[in-house]
Design a protein around this ligand. Structure first.
Ligand code: CA
Ligand code: CA
Length: 504
């Protein structure tokens, strides 16, 4: 393209020799001949330049403003396992830097979606904050049973192990004084620490889920609140060792029910060569979310979770907030920077219920479609909306586990330009305690770096690895290593998917 650009350049260049030729029409033949040759040379060079420009702009995204211009090759679909796939056409979403986002319309709205040949599914809007949908019959009974079977063959591990003490070291490293911690915790700045201010802090730090009763128990055990007003003053707080809480709880004995989550899980590879049901599930997720296959194919493997009776997962976000310094686990290798904040950048969660649970086990969205979101108001007196063992019934929305039903939601808002924006705090959710039977679910997370440039670099890296045929399961291994490191910093145990393939 771009004849407009090439043409003025060409005519300007050509005009000079033409004039000269006219002025020197009486010159000797050899000189005229020389000029004609020169004109030819000029035309030739201009043609070459025009051709180069044509090639450049045609291969390019057609817009050389901003970061798009140098991610052309990265934006090509990486063609995971391209040696066995038919070539895919470049997706417009790549070029336009636009991720599809469903319209919720209104709560209760039902839209029809075609996910499998010859069948139309119904997708119902459950909430707008977060944007949450329910799709009954997303998986068949047989597919659900098979995925459970594959997970059992692979073997499941505890989802949360006790986190060793280390809070003091961190505080020392950061050189934060007790007084500074006190002021950070004193959210309402009244010079006293209320129970909920202490609770919020404790959970983040050590993964033990403290209830208001636990806190009172710890206060009594450590004689931390001598005036007995249920509040910690700065003086009272200063006398407390910052790891005293955890010491106390551990000596007392922490049961699984007191952890943030109580379940077992495993990861199932979904890339090339995986079981056809797992491949189909991934394709169905692509059709459901309408996100580019090159993003979905390079996202985390399928996580299968089992909650036994008494199992739960207190309310949480699937991904973290985004600060300028935040890097995503999946693009960390390409980010080429050491930053203090890391998160999983799970743009979308697709959760499928693999069985119908006889009692409990609902997925709760405690603040769905709430008018406001405020972290501190999640705990009011003794009602803790985050507590899925005690207060699931007080949340705004609960989804009952029904075999084959999928729910999916966006953990991040849009940035207004078609890419990923801020964390949607309303996506807070948890697994209510299972009171009867066992609950099996499968999670597919779609990872997108909010930094478009880094996501593109990541895609390029994956495409390069693939073209070198480094390892057929390299993306899965990449994720598995990250996940293992995150879940079990001490053990870092990595399971082989080859075992699974051989078993099948
Ligand atoms: Ca306070
Ligand atoms: Ca007190």
């Amino acid at each position: 393209m771009d004849p407009q650009r090439a043409e003025p350049l060409g005519s300007a260049e050509l005009s000079m020799p033409r004039d000269r030729l006219a002025l020197q029409k009486n010159s000797v033949c050899s000189r005229s001949y020389f000029l004609v040759v020169m004109v030819f040379v000029h035309v030739y060079i201009i043609n070459v330049i025009a051709l180069l420009l044509y090639v450049h702009y045609n291969n390019g995204p057609g817009d050389n403003s901003g970061p798009l211009s140098d991610v052309t090759s990265a934006a090509e679909p990486p063609e995971v396992g391209s040696h066995t796939h038919p070539p895919r056409a470049p997706e417009p979403s790549v070029v336009n830097r636009h991720l599809h986002r469903m319209e919720g319309i209104r709560v209760g709205h039902v839209q029809k979606v075609q996910l499998t040949p010859g069948r139309v599914h119904e997708m119902k809007t459950l909430s707008l904050k977060p944007l949450l949908f329910e799709i009954p019959g997303f998986l068949s009974e047989e597919e659900c049973r098979l995925i459970i079977h594959l997970a059992k063959l692979k073997g499941l591990q505890e989802s949360q192990v006790m986190i060793p003490e280390g809070g003091d070291e961190l505080a020392e490293q950061l050189q934060i004084s007790q007084e500074e911690i006190f002021h950070l915790l004193d959210h309402n700045r009244d010079g006293q620490l209320q129970l909920k201010e202490v609770l919020t802090h404790s959970r983040v730090r050590d993964g033990i889920w403290l209830t208001p009763e636990n806190i009172r128990e710890v206060y009594a055990g450590l004689k931390a609140d001598p005036d007995g007003d249920g509040l910690l003053s700065l003086e009272e707080f200063k006398k407390l060792n910052s790891s005293a809480f955890q010491h106390f709880m551990q000596q007392r004995g922490v049961e699984k029910s007191q952890l943030v989550r109580n379940s077992k899980h495993t990861w199932l590879y979904q890339g090339e060569g995986a079981h056809h049901v797992l491949r189909q599930l991934r394709q169905r997720v692509i059709r459901l979310t309408r996100l580019p296959s090159w993003i979905v194919e390079n996202s985390e493997p399928l996580q299968v979770v089992r909650y036994d009776r008494g199992g739960h997962y207190h309310a949480h976000h699937d991904s973290g907030p985004l600060y300028p310094e935040t890097v995503c686990y999946h693009t960390k290798l390409t980010a080429n920077a050491s930053t203090p904040f890391e998160t999983s950048c799970r743009y979308v969660t697709v959760l499928v219920y693999l069985n119908s649970v006889p009692g409990g086990g609902e997925t709760t969205f405690p603040v769905a479609d709430n008018r406001t979101y405020e972290e501190m108001s999640l705990i009011q007196n003794d009602v803790d909306l985050l507590d899925t063992r005690k207060h699931c019934d007080k949340g705004n929305l609960r989804v009952k586990p029904t075999q084959g039903t999928a729910i999916f939601w966006y953990n991040y808002l849009s940035d207004g330009k078609g890419w990923v924006g801020d964390l949607d705090e309303y996506s807070l959710h948890g697994g209510c305690v299972v009171t009867q039977g066992t609950k099996w679910i499968a999670n597919n997370w779609i990872n997108v770096d909010p930094d478009f440039h880094r996501q593109a670099q990541f895609q390029q890296l994956m495409a390069d690895l693939d073209s070198r045929e480094v390892h057929e399961n390299r993306d899965d291994e990449l994720y598995r290593d990250m996940q293992a490191e995150r879940d079990h910093p001490q053990k870092n145990k990595v399971y082989s998917d080859q075992d699974l393939h051989q078993d099948l």
